[in-house]
Design a binder for this molecule. Structure first.
Ligand SMILES: [Zn+2]
Length: 453
């Protein structure tokens, strides 16, 4: 790790013991000299669970003081697409390890995908996931409910019961699988209208991708790997935009990966339809050329695409056609990933590197400023997920969910130092900009000086 200046936490006044472990539990913080959204330096005072004051030279009496000179302050990040693997594959990730990774990445809320074992297709499972998130305490865990029973694509799961549960599910997805039956997709879109829900589609026509291993193109032919055509994604995106419009419901398109999907989304949004979309950090930075290494760490669903697709995705995120960045954090145990390409599982880690990759792909290229990053990684995902306590901005009275980022730090990605139980990051050894220095969840520090508390 380079460019990492140690941050001092000092204590003023009468409270507490002054030790670092105590600092994580105090209820008042004075963050000195942070730059909200990359703007002019100011102080932020956190009291209890809210931001109490924002302004220059605030009084730090009774608070722990955090020197944030040069750090950019953003609202806590919100992930729409996280695989936490619990219940069922706790060898790859747990809700505790996954949310610790999330906090280290600057996230204060994550949506946990339903493809666990058992599947999150009934109220009991989503309530269990929600409770385990509360117990871990690193980030709010909002379970995503399955659309169909067992993700089997045959009959609708108990969407209403999951919405009414203590987990208050609002996003439903069979992610990992596409709801390919148009009749089921129509019914799901109709059903969630009653409670303001949204269907998040993993857009992949299965009959066009049987056995597919990488993006279909010149390269797949040369490498002898079965191709995954862009049209397999685009045909479902187009169909579902039309269905959402027909029903008057809300569709969210997961991990958009092709220039053609962007064009369809741009058209659907121009009609005023209830369609939103996300892109992953890896689809903003990496291309299908990496498949030539035959290293399965680069095997992901949807596959890495061409440099032209990457350009179109960056443009779409910048102009708002794509609403949000979502990690698709997909931890896998070594034996599922370190094998030959054809046999390896699809997926990459994402939580701990998401902000750095967005900084590289979007801020470093001048496409987004820090306001834009906050909008695409906090404000809009919170709105899509219906999370009133997140994505609220950095003003007095807002919940104290925020992240402090060192924008000039450059960090070499080291898989061994990650909080995730898995090691399948595609950025190992790569130097990325921007380092998360601190994260606060409702006024409590979950990360200080780049370390989980
Ligand atoms: Zn997916």
């Amino acid at each position: 790790m380079t460019g990492d200046r140690g941050r001092r936490v000092s204590r003023n006044g009468r409270r507490g013991t002054g030790d670092e472990s105590g600092a994580a539990r105090v209820t008042e913080w004075l963050i000195r000299g942070a730059r909200p959204y990359g703007g002019e330096p100011t102080d932020l005072r956190l009291a209890g669970e809210v931001i109490a004051q924002v302004g220059p030279d605030l009084d730090g009496t009774g608070a722990s003081v955090l020197d944030a000179d040069g750090l950019v302050a953003l609202p806590g990040l919100v992930d729409l697409h996280t695989h936490l693997r619990e219940p069922g594959r706790e060898d790859a990730e747990t809700i505790e390890s996954g949310t610790r990774a999330a906090a280290l990445g600057g996230f204060t809320a994550v949506h946990a995908m339903a493809n666990t074992d058992p599947v999150a297709d009934v109220a009991g499972v989503v309530e269990q996931v929600w409770r385990l998130g509360q117990a871990a305490g690193y980030a709010d865990v909002h379970p995503v409910g399955a659309v169909t029973v067992g993700l089997a694509g045959e009959r609708l799961a108990e969407l209403g019961a999951m919405a009414d549960s203590t987990a208050r599910v609002r996003i439903f997805s069979d992610d990992g699988h596409c709801v390919s039956d148009p009749v089921l997709m129509r019914r799901a879109l109709e059903y969630v209208k009653a409670f303001g829900g949204v269907i998040a589609q993993h857009a992949q026509e299965p009959r066009l991708t049987a056995g597919a291993q990488m993006n279909e193109g010149v390269l797949s032919a040369r490498l002898g790997l079965a191709g995954w055509p862009a049209v397999a994604e685009e045909s479902i995106v187009a169909r579902d935009c039309l269905l959402a419009a027909h029903v008057g419901s809300r569709l969210h398109v997961c991990h958009v990966s092709t220039a053609g999907s962007v064009e369809i989304l741009r058209w659907a949004k121009s009609k005023g339809w209830g369609v939103t979309a996300e892109v992953t950090p890896h689809h903003l930075l990496l291309t299908d050329e990496l498949a030539a290494t035959y290293d399965p760490v680069f095997k992901v669903n949807p596959p890495l695409r061409t440099a032209e697709d990457v350009e179109a995705l960056r443009d779409a995120l910048a102009d708002g056609t794509i609403d949000a960045v979502a990690t698709d954090h997909a931890p896998h145990a070594l034996e599922d990933k370190e094998t030959e390409w054809d046999a390896a599982a699809f997926g990459m880690l994402g939580l701990e590197t998401a902000l750095a990759v967005v900084a590289e792909a979007m801020v470093g290229t001048g496409r987004l400023d820090w306001h834009g990053v906050a909008d695409r990684m906090s404000v809009r995902p919170a709105r899509i997920g219906g999370l009133s306590g997140h994505g609220r901005g950095l003003q007095p009275g807002a919940p104290a969910n925020l992240v402090l980022v060192d924008p000039v730090a450059r960090v070499v990605v080291d898989p061994a130092s990650m909080a995730s139980r898995s090691r399948n990051t595609p950025y190992a050894g790569r130097t990325l900009p921007a380092r998360v220095s601190a994260t606060f969840l409702r006024g409590r520090a979950t990360v200080l000086d780049g370390k989980a508390t």
